[in-house]
Design a protein around this ligand. Sequence first.
Ligand code: AMP
Ligand code: MG
Length: 423
Amino acid sequence: MAQLSDDCFAFDGPLMPFDEALEELRKRLQPIIRPENIPTQFGLDRFLASNVISTETVPPADNSAVDGFAIHFDDLYSDQPTTLPVIGRAAAGHPFTKEFTRGSAVQIFTGAIMPSNTDTVMMSEDCQTVENKAGDVLTVTIAPGIKRGANSRRAGEDISSGQIVLRKGHRLRPQDIGMLAAAGYKTVAVNKPLKVALLSTGDELREPGVSASPGTICDSNRHALRSFLEASGCVVTDLGIQKDDLGEISGALHKAAANHDLILSSGGMSIGKEDHVKSAVEDLGSLFFWRLAIKPGRPIAFGQVKDCIFVGLPGNPAAAIVTFLTLVRPLLYHLKGGQLNAFRFNVSADFHHKKKPGRREWLRASLHQSENGGFNARKFSREGAGILSSLVEADGLVEIAEDVLAIAPGDQLQFLPFSEALK
Ligand code: AMP
Ligand code: MG
């Protein structure tokens, strides 16, 4: 199934605004929906493949919200205490099965079904009772002032049978698993995880723990990106480090395209003599560079190898991670049937910053509680796209809009947390 149309990423004009790039992705890439049924208890973080319609009514019957006495409201005096005989008891799972006679009361416990013809429950704490020696309650005296229907929960007030309780594309959180169970679902139809092949390119890269030859560095991108991908619910195939060699890269891409939804690479995307990813993708399919009006992030490559989407990120570690968070992660949500918008919330700036107009910028920032209980964002002190330690120190990214030229303390900014908190 091809997700890309032929020329969707062709772009050779001025720098493309970030929102336009997202819009292009939204338009051109269809969600990849492959449903599978899994036990509800394993559904955490999976995306629903279809709407969930409750097979249950919750609560199934009117029931008591407290321990107390069930009565019919019209049997109470409005201006003086009412004493009623207590004719039985109802507990959760043990309903009162006899006939309720008007002018009486039934002792009731939380979750018990309301006896027919009762509509109101008076809390035990607010009642006076007379008991026999065995502890059975004989009469209850109820003060005036209670409201009709008090302390009783109506059948179906939470969920009615036939109601849509969760929607297609929703990412399941713990409370949603609870909802699925309440709605009667032992299994749930979710999307199969996206299959992503991940590679790094660069002759200077080595695996951590492998002895160093001069000028080599440990491949950090692949390990960070793998974790981000897995946190987004993808199944990752690790294609390892590929040398700056056209044949080697082409072979790896060709093989991976056959059985993956997405190939994600970092590095080697420039047009220098040592950058072969571009040629490899062009030989095997189609590739389009996006020169986006963003910082950090040099041109980002999108394309297609056979039916597989290809995304090439910059090699620079901070740029690779920032572009993953701002573009690739939202893209993954979209492909899984969710929203193509990075989750964000407002924070106050706790720093000064100057920037050029016309591009969107993301700064790595840590959050600190402010005196009014909100959050202040503090910018990492050292600039430079290659500083991985800035990402370790940060909690997420602050976004600075295209038209903003300067930030001063107190300015409101949007914050994109590293952790995912999307529905
Ligand atoms: P490139 O995009 O290949 O020109 O790489 C840009 C910079 O990022 C170079 O300094 C690379 O050494 C570095 N780099 C590329 N890939 C990685 C990686 N996987 N891990 C850490 N650094 C990388
Ligand atoms: Mg390189």
